[in-house]
Design a protein around this ligand. Structure first.
Ligand code: UD1
Length: 428
């Protein structure tokens, strides 16, 4: 078993290179299922979730070659000419809910998919009804048995689909199903996240006809086939936001190379209001933090609102800010599991329904804590950097799902952070 040990209190200074976005990489990998021609993906982050998704593609019959030579890190070539299965098995879906992203492309390519039901997860129930209702409107039939959903069609046809909620992976699945459907589809109340736009642009580079990506209405004119392509993944806005807040938690000055500030406007506005100095240029963000931050309220919202994936990290800043703040979580019903851990470091936080009320304290003190989900783990790292003394974080496999080389990147800018292996575990 591995854990992270942080001796807090060091100020951060230097540069961090931002990796490719996990949430753009997964749908882009899934899109390789749509074409019989090879797809080359660049800037793929080395993450557990990416590894799991690649295993899933292999199970479906995709041949996957990773660049191994110098300068080819993060390059992968996918060839889905000969698909041999239409099933996403339980052991992979259980490890990563985003495995459900194969549903849309399998329906488009094979007219059939069998996907283990994701079920509940640490941050809530997370159903897939929106995905299934959309496919039904496109002429598919689904049945649920033995923990699997099986979806079939004699041929998808374009449809007008209104999403009850702008689900991110729901929009991606339906967009990937619609690109090869007969006729035109319109997806209303679609998600507007930059990862949706990246996927739409990638699909268009394969010959798809999608307009409106980035707005709440997507128009998709079905085509009869898609070609191969070469695509480079956008920078990870959640990783970027996390490191901006690392500077806020520990104090100091960071330059985030390769960051795209345009994808983080709501978070940057709130962080500036809290007192961080943030300067954005075309390919980098500079952040400076001195002195105590001010308390600011946030509400998580679908993009372009404040991202739920940065809520836990923002709470760490508010835990030491000078005043009272309210953080309201509107996307997931159970996304405050980091609160109990932050309280162990001395944070003063109360939960009332969907809101957390945070009274800033002057100092946090290191303690043993356990990570409960991906973004909660990142918040504990930031809390460890901010706290006085030693913090040990266990269950850090959550962190490895979504942050490439986090401790290496933080050590490079002055943090005292290391990974240790406990007896009986395997080290990295
Ligand atoms: C994606 C992101 C995740 C992020 C989330 C919200 C990926 C791989 N993951 O997850 O990091 O936290 O967006 O920004 O991109 N819902 C339903 N029915 C459905 C689908 C969703 O009720 O069929 C609900 C969910 O329970 C949740 C809300 O809609 O309460 C948002 O979920 P959704 O946007 O689908 O999140 P994901 O796509 O799973």
């Amino acid at each position: 078993m591995e854990s992270l040990v942080i001796n807090g209190g060091n100020r951060l200074k230097g540069q961090i290179r931002i990796s490719g976005a996990k949430n753009a990489a997964l749908p882009i990998l899934a899109a390789s299922l749509l074409s019989p021609e090879p797809i080359t993906v660049h800037n793929l982050p080395a993450l557990e979730d990416v590894k799991i998704f690649v295993s899933l593609l292999r199970e479906l019959g995709v041949s996957v070659e990773s660049g191994t030579e110098e300068g080819q890190k993060g390059v992968v070539c996918l060839d889905a000419a000969n698909l041999s299965s239409f099933e996403a098995p339980h052991d992979l879906v259980r490890k990563m809910r985003a495995s459900v992203l194969v549903l849309g492309p399998l329906m488009a390519r094979l007219g059939r998919a069998r996907v283990s039901l994701p079920g509940g997860c640490a941050i809530g129930a997370r159903p897939i009804d929106i995905h299934l209702k959309g496919l039904e409107l496109m002429g598919a039939k689904y049945s649920i048995a033995g923990g699997f959903v099986e979806v079939k069609t004699r041929g998808l046809k374009g449809a007008r689909i209104y999403l009850d909620f702008p689900s991110v992976t729901g929009t991606e699945n339906l967009m990937m199903a619609a690109v090869l459907a007969r006729g035109t589809s319109v997806i209303e109340n679609a998600a507007k996240e930059p990862e949706i736009t990246d996927l739409a642009r990638m699909l268009n580079s394969m010959g798809a006809r999608i307009t409106g990506a980035g707005s709440s209405t997507l128009n998709i004119e079905g085509v009869s086939g898609l070609s191969g392509t070469e695509w480079s993944i956008i920078p990870d806005r959640i990783e970027t936001g996390t490191y901006i807040m690392a500077a806020g938690a520990a104090g100091g000055e960071l330059e985030l190379i390769g960051a795209e500030a345009g994808h983080l406007e709501s978070a940057i506005t709130k962080l500036r209001a809290a007192g961080l100095k943030i300067e954005c240029s075309q390919n980098a963000i500079r952040v400076r933090s001195r002195g105590r931050l001010k308390s600011v309220d946030i509400k998580t919202q679908p993009y372009p609102g404040f991202p739920t994936d940065l809520q836990a990290q923002f709470m760490v800043l508010m835990a030491r800010a000078g005043g009272l703040s309210v953080i309201t979580e509107n996307i997931f019903e159970n996304r405050f599991m980091h609160v109990a851990e932050l309280q162990r470091l001395g944070a003063d936080i109360k939960i009332e329904g969907r809101s957390a009320i945070i009274k800033g304290v002057k100092k946090l003190t290191g303690a043993p804590v356990a990570a409960t989900d991906l973004r909660a783990s990142a918040s504990l790292v930031l809390a460890g950097l901010a706290a006085q003394g030693r913090t040990e974080i266990t269950e850090i496999y959550h962190l490895d799902r979504g942050y490439e080389d986090m401790e290496k990147k933080l050590r490079g800018v002055g943090a005292d952070i290391s990974r240790i292996t406990h007896e009986g575990g395997s080290g990295k």
